[in-house]
Write a protein that binds this ligand. Structure first.
Ligand code: LMR
Length: 337
């Protein structure tokens, strides 16, 4: 190649590369945050809070794109997508970590384990909660935070007051063996199903009933297809916010720090709004006039408890006897209450 030809080629290559280089250095890092619930829920709102805080603290160097309502992936698919790096952040319910091989998280599903949010926070804000999150690291996942949703209520097209009312009902559950055992203890037939399919399954009678905190029940319009909702508070449903480990550790240190700050503030926000969102959802269900809201008498609640309590021992092999005992201690669990 002649000297002038070399000169021309070098000039052309640098001219072509210049705009690419300029874009690459200014383009924001994108975090795709996928989840399965509506925007107007504790998780939906907290994800948007994190998006806004992340943009502000990183001065738009990080762009969080939130994809709600199973828009991108359903329950099981989103976990696979996270591990493959197709999305970077999720907040699955703690009942859904079994397929990842982290079945310890199903311990949060143990019926009547937490008396209230204070008891729950002794675990999620304490050393046991952190130990559990660290179990995700060998799976290529980092657990950043726990976000509350709330206590679950049972619904069906018949009133659920006594344990015998569950006999033979097909009840939709999340993919947790603890929930499977809980429904069987009540005499029902559990059916595992993705969250995005529940409304239709209730509408067409594929399942007879389900359980969820009121915020999910109302925003998925389940009150249109369920005649009764029993306020039982028989179990807890909440989330772990998780990220792809390679992605997170590959971020520049200063950005990671700013994102951690955004996450810790979004977590405070999530846990502040969760109870109120669920209380408002119960009122909205009542006001709809479509679902009758039932309250258990203390005696009926005791009967539910007695029936379900067997699950705590049944699950020792799956979750670990020691872990269940530790959880009982941390949550101040009293089997006789
Ligand atoms: C469900 O599948 O019932 C819920 O876990 C959905 C969610 O993420 O709250």
């Amino acid at each position: 190649m002649k000297k002038w030809q070399k000169w021309l080629l070098t000039g052309m290559v640098s001219l072509l590369a210049w705009p690419l280089g300029a874009n690459a250095s200014t383009a924001p890092i994108v975090i795709k945050f996928s989840h399965v619930v509506a925007v107007d829920t504790p998780k939906g709102k907290a994800a948007e809070k994190f998006r806004d805080l992340a943009a502000s603290y990183t001065q738009n160097r990080v762009k969080v794109e939130v994809y709600p309502n199973s828009q991108l992936y359903k329950d099981k698919e989103e976990l696979e997508a996270l591990q493959m790096g197709a999305v970077q952040m999720l907040a699955p319910s703690l009942a859904k970590f079994g397929p990842l091989g982290a079945k310890e998280f199903e311990a949060f599903d143990l019926p009547f384990l937490f008396n209230d949010f204070d008891a729950l926070h002794k675990v999620t804000k304490g050393p046991l909660g952190q130990t559990l999150l660290r179990k995700l690291e060998p799976k290529g996942i980092i657990g950043l935070a726990y976000w509350d949703n709330g206590f679950k209520q049972m619904s069906a097209n018949k009133p659920l007051r006594e344990p015998t009312d569950f006999q033979g009902l097909k009840m939709r559950i999340q993919s947790s063996k603890v929930l499977d055992a809980q429904m069987r203890a009540m005499g029902a037939m559990p059916q595992t199903m993705a969250f995005s399919e529940v409304y239709q399954a209730l509408q067409t009678g594929v399942v007879d009933g389900t359980e969820n905190p009121p915020s999910n029940f109302y925003t998925q319009k389940m009150h249109e297809v369920q005649k009764y909702l029993t306020i039982s508070n028989h179990g807890y449903l909440g989330y772990a916010v998780i990220v792809n480990k390679d992605f997170w550790m590959g971020l520049p240190g200063d950005l990671r720090q700013q994102l951690e700050k955004a996450m810790s503030e979004a977590t405070v926000y999530a846990n502040q709004i969760a109870k109120q969102e669920n209380d408002q959802a119960v009122e909205a269900v009542r006001a709809s006039g479509k679902t009758e809201v039932l309250t258990l008498t203390p005696a009926q609640r005791r009967l539910w408890q007695q029936k379900m309590m067997v699950v705590h021992t049944q699950m020792e092999d799956r979750i670990g006897k020691e872990l269940i005992a530790e959880l009982h201690r941390a949550a101040g669990f009293d089997a006789g209450r």
